[in-house]
Design a protein around this ligand. Sequence first.
Ligand code: SF4
Ligand code: F3S
Length: 106
Amino acid sequence: TFVVTDNCIRCKYTDCVEVCPVDCFHEGPNFLVINPETCIDCALCVAECPAEAIYDEADLPPDQLPFVALNAELANIWPVISEKKEPLEEAEEWIDQANKLPHLQR
Ligand code: SF4
Ligand code: F3S
């Protein structure tokens, strides 16, 4: 399955949702997650993310491993998003910052 990682937080560009053929993105206040139960591993979303936040679970950098469980957990809580919207206003300011997990809003 594919996983949204740290660099989406406080950016949320949403280009990824436009290409997903099975609507597996779920939206929170400042982060998206992929539902591991609906993702068909097409990989189309990876190249769309300006923040390079999406990885194949098999290729995850070790420090991003906690995002596997986080995507699964939040996909069960947050609603599906299937249409692109404007990025967060703060996106450009935050795109190059690391370790944004403390800023995640639920
Ligand atoms: Fe959707 Fe494909 Fe990305 Fe999975 S890999 S989230 S199915 S676009
Ligand atoms: Fe997030 Fe990238 Fe999608 S920043 S909303 S994973 S396009």
